[in-house]
Design a protein around this ligand. Sequence first.
Ligand SMILES: N[C@@H](CCC(=O)N[C@@H](CS)C(=O)NCC(=O)O)C(=O)O
Length: 240
Amino acid sequence: MENHLKLYIGNKNYSSWSMRPWVLMKQMDISFDEHLVRFDGFTPESCFKKTMAELCPTGRVPVLVDSGLVIWDSLAIVEYLAERFPDRHLWPQQPDARALARSLCAEMHSGFTALRAACPMNIEASLPDIGALMLRDRPSVRDDLARIDHMWSSSLARFGGPMLFGRYTIADAFFAPVVMRIKTYHLPLSELARGYVQACLSTSGVEAWVDEAIAENDFRDFEEPYRLKPSSEIKPSSEN
Ligand SMILES: N[C@@H](CCC(=O)N[C@@H](CS)C(=O)NCC(=O)O)C(=O)O
């Protein structure tokens, strides 16, 4: 089938939602044209918002365009890809494993808000002090991390690793930005879950995204709650 896929994404260093379909498509050898719409703010006047609002109703990335069909939202995009490329087996093939993988992705898609707010994706940064502060002062961040550890460990134990469902699936793409947060903020995990972090970081899709994120070298101050001030000025005691 002729390939007309276009994927609109944001800055690779920051855009966690964009990372999911991008690493999936790279990893599973689905070719596409990338359109990076640089973050310059999310106000209606920003170039980012004007560009994306012309394309889709949410005005957000990622967006996949397939010969005029516009699909927005990372979950809808990966479901579309799974249907369009059935031979790639993007979901696990067994119905029970597939149902579990969908449960994990749905939980990720609508949850972990405390972790996401306290530790936004910032691939080129190293912020161990912030990670330690957030874990010390925000119980909801501790809860999110414990849930992720339990979720990953159970899946790895049940399906044998190295990826969440044995071989690489959509679930691994969905958790790739969490893996990046674990790395940036040095968040502690059980041994099994740490092994998964290493396995995920070594996948070709994630390696390619990380290389390009670092090469971007595009500091966006509105995406930087921490690197603009010393950690002594950061007061994480209130929950978001
Ligand atoms: N649920 C959406 C979330 C998309 C999203 O929030 N993307 C961010 C960038 S990572 C964005 O475009 N933000 C712009 C805004 O908030 O206006 C998805 O899964 O695709």
